[in-house]
Design a protein around this ligand. Structure first.
Ligand code: AMP
Length: 331
């Protein structure tokens, strides 16, 4: 049983890549560990959303993660800005975080390159806020993808540095949560690369998509002119369609289309029709839940309040001890 903290960025709808690549693992993880899931609304301020957008985005990800299976009764699900102790720890960590190391972060450098007009201090100190998010609960594990490895390394650096400066072993040094077998990568529908929310329109299938949209997107998926040799290797767009079929369809459906492909008798229209129907069936329960939860503000308020209480209980305990370690003492 580990203490695990995972942040959720309040941007964009959940797509199948998020579900199979992250949430499905989270659902299992939350049953076996003490999990804290937070919606990173402070982090999202680096891009200056309007007040309405900020609230709307937070509500949307809350609804979608709940609909997808995060369970507020067994996990602590909260909104970052409901836990001001995180900000205090962020400030304290910033005192021992150096310009050079923050500037060297790949994610910072990338942001500078892409948005030279908006290089704010929040972006520079993103890693210290991330470290505060995690160590505020004295977490030992963080579920991170490959692209987040450097951020994890920074969290470890700041936790270690605090322990060293104050000659303590107060903070556990967090490490990556291991999901066991290799993480699945869900491809997009445009024939190349993975599914992602910021890719071109129609590349991603969202859990909140309605039947019509799902059918349209799947039927438009990129294919090729068909196999010309028996048992030939599948090029990327076709392999991608089969990967999607594997995650939502039954094994005999996959076997059936594989056989047709190998015999050069496949008709991509039939494959897409089947994939579309299986996608519709897979996404339907999520969509229904999303709609139901979106209307139930009372329930959402209850979830958020309960999450904030549980998170603050843990965070305030940490901060109290940190203050003592640092030397903020009562007279
Ligand atoms: P994002 O909000 O796009 O950063 O995605 C959040 C998490 O969802 C990532 O850290 C991955 O674990 C997962 N994820 C996103 N896209 C995919 C994909 N196409 N295949 C598998 N996992 C994905």
């Amino acid at each position: 049983m580990e203490i695990v903290v995972s942040g959720i960025r309040p941007t964009g709808n959940l797509h199948l890549g998020n579900y199979f690549g992250a949430i499905k693992n989270f659902i299992k993880m939350q049953k076996e560990n003490k999990c804290y899931f937070f919606i990173a609304d402070y982090h999202s301020l680096t891009t200056h959303p309007t007040p309405n957008d900020l609230h709307g985005n937070v509500k949307q990800v809350l609804v979608e993660y709940l609909a997808a299976g995060l369970d507020p009764d067994i996990s602590t699900i909260y909104i970052q800005s409901d836990v001001p102790e995180i900000v205090e720890l962020y400030l304290l960590l910033n005192m021992n975080a150096y310009l050079g190391e923050l500037e060297r972060c790949t994610s910072f450098k990338e942001k500078v390159r892409k948005h030279p007009e908006n290089v704010n201090a929040g972006l520079l100190t993103y890693p210290t806020l991330m470290a505060a998010d995690v160590i505020i609960h004295k977490a030992s594990k963080v579920p991170v993808g490959k692209d987040q490895e450097q951020n994890l390394e920074m969290m470890r650096t700041f936790a270690r540095r605090f322990n060293r400066i104050y000659k303590t072993d107060f903070f556990p040094i967090p490490s990556a949560y291991n999901f066991g077998k290799a993480l699945v990568k869900i491809p997009g529908l445009n024939g190349v690369g993975k599914m992602g929310k910021s890719e071109e329109e129609g590349n991603a299938l969202f859990l909140a998509d309605n039947e019509k949209v799902i059918r349209k997107k799947v039927m438009r998926a990129v294919t090729d002119s068909g196999p010309i040799e028996m048992n030939q290797e599948k090029p990327e767009p076709i392999k991608n369609l089969f990967t999607l079929l594997e995650v939502v369809s039954s094994p005999d459906v996959v076997a059936h289309f594989n056989e047709l492909y190998n015999k050069c008798e496949i008709r991509y229209g039939d494959l897409k029709k089947q994939l579309a129907e299986d996608m519709v069936e897979f996404c339907h329960p999520f969509k229904e839940k999303i709609e139901e939860l979106s209307k139930n503000n009372n329930y959402l308020r209850k979830v958020v309040k309960m999450g904030a209480e549980k998170a603050r209980e843990s965070a305030s305990k940490t901060i109290k001890e940190v203050r003592e370690i640092i030397g903020f003492k009562e007279f």
